[in-house]
Ligand binder design. Structure first.
Ligand SMILES: *Cc1c(COP(=O)(O)O)cnc(C)c1O
Length: 223
């Protein structure tokens, strides 16, 4: 199978899941997660028509995307990995969407950088729906108040919520919780679902699914 075949198959599966859920076709954006893969592999996926990509490390994205962007118009780049304050300036300069806002300090830094650079990436708040100690994201019990503080204290528009369910859990309840929190917080975006569970996420209202290995192949090590 070529990259174009794999991309077409994933898009078919997304459309099928949208129809099964009674959602509009095209309601879900596929974020192609290209972390760890070299520019040659990414070029094949761009050639097949994909324009929206996700990376989880600022430095790796800086090494790969300026050249790829110079070759093709309309690339949209999403940061899906944890963001440190000392990388915020670079992240604001490089990414169109940041999925991992999860604390006041990073919200304040992103607001300041946005003002300084005159560039405001679209933002999602990451929610740690499984309350995992090692995982980034805000406690679900604090998520609604945090979205509100992003608006009122930091002056940031929040587009939606994002989660990564614990690997050992069935993902559905986590996606359903994220959808409920988003409704209560008054945000429309839902970034949820990866290679193993994106159809479940689409069924529960995902607006963005983040698919890596099903599209690019397996990664050498978990990251
Ligand atoms: C790596 C990663 C993905 C993609 O995972 P796959 O299982 O390869 O589809 C999605 N979201 C985040 C936050 C990731 O780090």
């Amino acid at each position: 199978m070529t990259a174009a075949d794999r991309l077409a198959e994933i898009r078919r599966r997304i459309v099928r899941a949208e129809r099964a859920a009674g959602r509009a076709e095209g309601a879900t954006t596929l974020v192609a997660v290209s972390k760890t893969f070299p520019v040659e592999d990414i070029r094949e996926v761009i050639a097949a028509g994909q324009r929206v990509f996700g990376e989880n490390r600022v430095q790796e994205a800086q090494a790969k995307w300026p050249i790829l962007r110079s070759e093709t118009d309309g690339i949209e780049l999403h940061l899906i990995g944890p963001l440190q304050s000392n990388k915020a300036a670079e992240a604001v300069a490089l990414f169109d969407v940041i999925h991992t806002v999860d604390r006041d300090k990073i919200a304040a830094t992103l607001a300041a950088e946005g003002a300084k650079q005159g560039r405001r990436p679209r933002l999602f708040v990451q929610v740690n729906t499984g309350l995992e100690a090692q995982k980034a994201g805000i406690d679900p019990r604090e998520a609604i108040a945090f979205v509100e503080r992003c608006r009122t204290v930091h002056g940031l528009a929040i587009e939606g919520l994002m989660c990564i369910p614990p690997v050992e859990d069935a993902p559905g309840p986590h996606f359903a919780l994220l959808a409920k929190l988003a409704r209560e917080a008054g945000v429309a975006g839902l970034s949820m679902g990866m290679s193993s569970d994106f159809e479940i996420a689409v069924g529960l209202g995902a607006t963005h699914v983040r698919v890596g290995s099903a599209l690019f192949g397996s990664r050498p090590k978990p990251v």
